[in-house]
Design a protein around this ligand. Structure first.
Ligand SMILES: [Fe+2]
Length: 616
């Protein structure tokens, strides 16, 4: 029987992506931004589609189906009704936004058909699972559970902003929905905006800023009370109503009514590059705590209505790994699984899975672990292709004799205080680098965080870095009793490793607090002693595991700083050329691509050059 391949697509809003399912197995997935080099690229994912098809050796014309991650007409209806419902307040934005609608929303199906026409000649029927069904499918079908409660939370899809459902075998049942404009994601994004970060990408910064807030202080308690009293009515089941007189996202071109918020909080909106003073940190903590409370209530409701012992999550809010950590600690469920591409990119995987299992009634394959295979679903490059990069740039690179030798050399350099790029195998799908497109450093080094932030990543320095730890050793360093392969769980550094924070520093400027050595792993311990953990398994990523093991042999510590291989404002590197360019533009000490170790040292004279690669 010929293979049946389904192409899943998410596009036209945020983080376009493509995914390919072959006989129900997720074989490839990638975001368009990695190819186009435009961060959060929302255009049709032509490059990503071509990549997933080529990778699997599937011709577009031979596809069994194409799945798009939401229903364009329902979305258009929501946009129209919202503007209509809020008129005349929305009239100016209606006029401003209309041309974009005409081009992109009303004719989205046509646009999609045109773009698909560039991939091949066949006129495939396109199936449109709803946006939150795509999220739910991305959370449940690849999960390791036969049966689970499903919680999807984001800004908005067509109408739904949150859904609770149940997955069982090949079936998904959506049991309840919360509708636009009442949205946890949009509430969080409104605060992201008010705190001077970019909506749809700065939410992570808000989450990283929150621990600087003074927990239990009068101001944090006051902010929390105001949020609950004026901005959002949170019901016991986690559903909520936003007080729309404070929000502009439905009608305006801004997220919030800034004048009203300024009066409410006694704090003006922070300008994007303005100083992060204590009141802003306290406001960040207040909304983070309110969000955690909502997520916990929703999870409790999901457990009560489904009776399931397992929970799966997707939607942008599921990337809030601090809330996920609280959810795990609450013991509401025996176990959680979170789709690593929980945002809209993951909708491409979900849409394809929904078509395969729901529309085509195909059973799920039994699997001992999850079906995202570490999220290593992107392109990989052969040694010949790396050698092409070496030649093209006249780079200095040495070929390692084997993986063990490479790991030993790199581990020794990291232990000596160097920071390097680590590019191996298939690129990660989703927002996190998980050891295949990563920048690595020594987490024990007191200077590492400062160095990576200011000389390599060129980013705001207040966010800590994440640790990658040998799966077997996670419990030695962190208070975590299960794997966290996708860096989506936050847990405390073990209490016996914590160093008490001097009360005198409590009011110190942000960076003095950040750079205080809070544990034996200062570069990855946040100001509240938490860490955003990636556990590395020998099965899913043997090379990265080997490197961590080599680092442990030298230092006794099987942990490395793992941050994404990019600089501020750019997508994570995809190809060897991207990696080399990024390496040369930063203060990184070395770069590894496959079996090659790159250095920046002056090119030696030709006769002394290492024999590094074979000619074409
Ligand atoms: Fe979404």
């Amino acid at each position: 029987m010929p293979r049946q391949a389904i192409l899943g697509i998410s596009a036209y809003y945020h983080d376009s992506a493509a995914a390919l399912l072959v006989d129900g197995r997720i074989v490839a997935a990638a975001q368009e931004e990695r190819f186009s080099r435009k961060r959060h690229d929302a255009s049709f994912p032509t490059h990503a589609c071509r990549y997933v098809l080529d990778d699997a050796g599937v011709a577009y014309d031979d596809l069994a189906a194409v799945a798009f991650y939401d229903k364009p007409f329902l979305k258009f209806e929501r946009l129209l009704e919202t503007y209509h419902g809020f008129a005349p307040a929305g009239l100016s934005s209606f006029v401003t936004a209309m041309p974009a609608w005409i081009k992109e929303k009303l004719f989205m199906r046509r646009l999609l058909t045109d773009h698909l026409g560039e991939l091949g000649h066949a006129r495939h029927r396109v199936l449109y699972p709803e946006h939150h069904l795509s999220h739910a499918a991305s959370a449940f079908y690849p999960s390791p559970f036969d049966e689970a409660a499903i919680l999807t939370i984001d800004g908005v899809g067509e109408w739904a902003t949150t859904t609770i459902g149940r997955g069982r075998g090949r079936d998904i049942e959506i049991l309840s929905e919360l509708h636009f404009p009442h949205s946890v994601g949009l509430l969080y994004s409104a605060f992201t905006y008010y705190l001077g970060f970019t909506v749809n990408s700065g939410e992570y910064k808000l989450m990283g800023l929150a621990p600087y807030g003074h927990d239990g202080s009068t101001q944090v308690r006051g902010f929390t009370d105001v949020i609950r009293r004026e901005l959002v009515d949170i019901r016991p089941d986690g559903s909520l109503l936003l007080n729309m007189s404070y929000f502009d996202f439905a009608t305006g071109l801004r997220m919030v009514n800034e004048d009203k918020w300024a009066r409410l909080f006694g704090l003006a909106r922070r300008a994007p590059d303005a100083e992060l003073t204590q009141p802003y940190m306290n406001l960040a903590l207040a909304i983070q705590q309110v969000t955690e409370d909502i997520v916990l209530r929703l999870a409790r409701t999901a457990r009560d209505v489904t009776g399931c012992r397992h929970l799966v999550l997707a939607g942008g809010v599921a990337l809030n790994c601090v809330a996920n950590g609280k959810l795990l600690a609450s013991r509401l469920f025996d176990d959680l699984w979170i789709q690593p591409a929980a945002g809209d990119a993951g909708g491409a995987v979900g849409a394809a899975c929904a078509v395969w299992h729901i529309h085509r009634r195909q059973p799920r394959a039994a699997t001992a672990c999850d079906a995202m295979t570490g999220s290593y679903l992107g392109p990989q490059f052969s040694t010949l292709e790396v050698e092409r990069t070496i030649r093209a740039f006249g780079a200095r690179a040495t070929l390692a004799s084997n993986v063990e030798a490479l790991a030993a050399t790199v581990a020794a350099r990291l232990a000596a205080g160097e920071a390097g790029g680590w590019f191996q195998g298939r690129m990660e799908f989703g927002p996190r680098a998980l050891g295949n497109r990563s920048i690595l450093g020594d987490p024990r080094n007191p200077e590492m965080q400062k160095r990576l932030n200011l000389k390599v990543k060129f980013r705001e320095g207040f966010r800590p870095f994440a640790p990658a730890v040998l799966e077997e050793d996670a419990g030695e360093h962190f208070d975590l009793d299960r794997p966290s392969p996708y860096m989506l769980l936050v847990a405390p550094v073990r209490s016996d490793h914590q160093r008490p924070f001097p009360p005198a520093l409590q009011e110190a400027p942000l960076y003095d607090r950040l750079y205080f050595q809070r544990s034996h792993l200062p570069a990855v311990t946040h100001v509240d002693y938490s860490a955003r953990i990636q556990t590395v398994s020998r099965t899913t990523n043997p090379r990265f595991w080997e490197l961590l093991q080599a680092f442990k042999t030298i230092t006794g510590c099987g942990v490395l700083v793992n941050t994404s291989f990019n600089v501020r404002g750019e997508p994570i590197v995809c190809m060897p050329d991207d990696a080399y360019r990024c390496f040369m533009r930063t203060d990184l000490d070395f770069l590894v691509i496959g079996d090659y170790l790159f250095d920046k040292a002056e090119q030696p004279p030709l006769d002394a050059a290492p024999a590094t690669f074979a000619p074409d």
